[in-house]
Design a protein around this ligand. Structure first.
Ligand code: AMP
Length: 421
């Protein structure tokens, strides 16, 4: 399918051309026309699949169609709710890109920054608002935002909203928007709690499921090093010194861990910055900018902070620690190999993490090649005293709630899961 086969108006066709897109991605091919036709969407897709364009392009076209036909004051007609500030900013950038030939105004709002400029922009009138839920409610409570004219409501990364404890806020927002509207609902996974929410707000949606995350892994060159925790730092430094990749994303499980890695790398002269929830919005944006323009070679991130970061041509992702939720691994390595490009993902696995690795391999239905010949082979073959049992227990619980345990490769339609139970 080509973009010409979709009924896009000239401003959108031009924007797509300018972005350099040749063909719609599967989620775009399946949803854009349906959204233009007014359908609700229940989309199962993660970042990296082109879902932002899948909802942004038709939203811009629909709002442009009704733009200026009557004398009206500009009002918020589309709301896009997203869990993180980074994701909100990226969606805002995409809207600007796809809307560059359309006469609409969009605005991104999030907390942690002075609200004055956001309030000023709101007062001038905007068409599309991108927001994180808590901050949106805050500004609504202060009387700066009215959603009474809302036509299209998009909920992005619904499962992450649940993980981050935002679902209550999302429900509050839903109560404040018109019942008569078009709703576009996207989530990377479809656990029951998310399906229940979707069913309660969607009207006969078109269900769209793009390639499950597990198959993303097939395009990415993966390697695992078995290594003791205490040697991970040395291996990381060796790999960074011998490799020629100009941008490397390193994942740690904790904020503290991310700071520590940055400190270790900086000491050896490798330029690194951390991005995590304890950093101010400005610091995060600055780190991201430095990484994008290649003035920082290594970005060390926690999973929540990394969610939604879109960096093109990222050649290498390193899992300094193996995530205890298998799907997180797939999300992490999906940072490389975006939109069809190939990439590489290296994982450092200590003895305690072997159980996580086993689960990951089961999920992706692949055995990750082991690099046997390296300077720091594993020597500690026992799990330290601290609660391994409890950790595995938590993991199973979380996997259950994220729907990860139900076998991505089974071919079973994820939308059907709750019914099959
Ligand atoms: P997303 O899943 O929305 O985070 O998009 C992932 C990446 O794919 C972004 O860098 C987009 O610019 C890119 N992208 C989106 N749609 C297309 C397309 N049709 N062709 C090529 N790249 C695309």
């Amino acid at each position: 399918m080509t973009f010409n086969q979709l009924e896009l108006t000239e401003p959108l066709q031009k924007a797509v051309q300018k972005a350099g897109y040749k063909n719609p991605t599967p989620i775009q091919a399946q949803s854009i026309q349906a959204i233009l036709d007014g359908r609700d969407i229940l989309g199962c897709a993660q970042t990296g699949t082109g879902k932002t364009a899948a909802f942004s392009i038709p939203t811009i076209q629909l709002l442009s169609r009704n733009n200026g036909t009557t004398e009206r004051k500009r009002a918020i007609r589309s709301l896009i709710l997203t869990p993180t500030r980074e994701l909100a900013i990226q969606i805002g950038e995409s809207l600007e890109q796809y809307g560059s030939f359309s006469n609409l105004r969009s605005l991104v709002i999030f907390g942690g920054v002075p609200q004055h400029s956001q309030v000023q922009a709101l007062k001038q009138g905007i068409d599309i608002l991108v927001a994180t839920p808590g901050w949106l409610l805050d500004l609504m409570d202060q009387g700066y935002i009215s959603l009474s004219q809302l036509e299209i409501f998009t909920l992005d990364e619904a499962d992450r909203m649940l993980d981050m404890g935002f679902v209550h806020d999302v429900k509050k927002v839903i109560k404040k928007i018109p019942a008569k509207r078009q709703t576009l609902f996207f989530s990377a996974t479809m656990p029951d709690a998310i399906l229940d929410l979707a069913n309660s707000i969607l009207n006969n949606p078109l269900k769209v499921e793009v390639t499950p995350p597990s198959s993303t892994a097939e395009m990415i060159g993966q390697e695992v090093y078995f290594i003791d925790k205490s040697n991970k730092k040395k291996l990381l430094i060796d790999l960074l010194k011998s490799g020629d990749e100009d941008r490397i994303l390193v994942f740690t499980r904790t904020k503290h861990g991310a700071n520590k890695v940055v400190k270790d790398l900086t000491k050896t002269g490798i330029k690194a910055e951390a991005i995590h929830g304890n950093k101010t919005q400005n610091a995060r944006q600055k780190a991201l900018k430095n990484f994008k323009d290649k003035s920082t070679r290594v970005l060390v991130a926690t999973d929540i902070a990394a969610r939604g970061i879109d960096i093109d041509e990222l050649a290498l992702v390193i899992n300094y620690e193996i995530p205890n939720i298998s799907e997180t691994y797939v999300h992490r390595i999906g940072r490389t190999g975006r939109a069809g490009a190939s990439g590489k993902a290296i994982s450092f696995c200590d003895y305690e993490e072997k159980a996580y690795l086993k689960d990951i391999q089961k999920l992706i239905d692949q055995k990750i090649p082991v690099i046997e010949d390296h300077s720091y082979p594993m020597e500690v073959f026992e799990v330290p005293e601290k609660k391994p049992q409890q950790q595995r227990g938590n993991r199973n619980q979380q996997r259950k709630s994220s729907g990860a345990g139900s076998g991505q490769k089974s071919g079973r339609n994820r939308f059907e899961r709750s019914k099959n139970k």
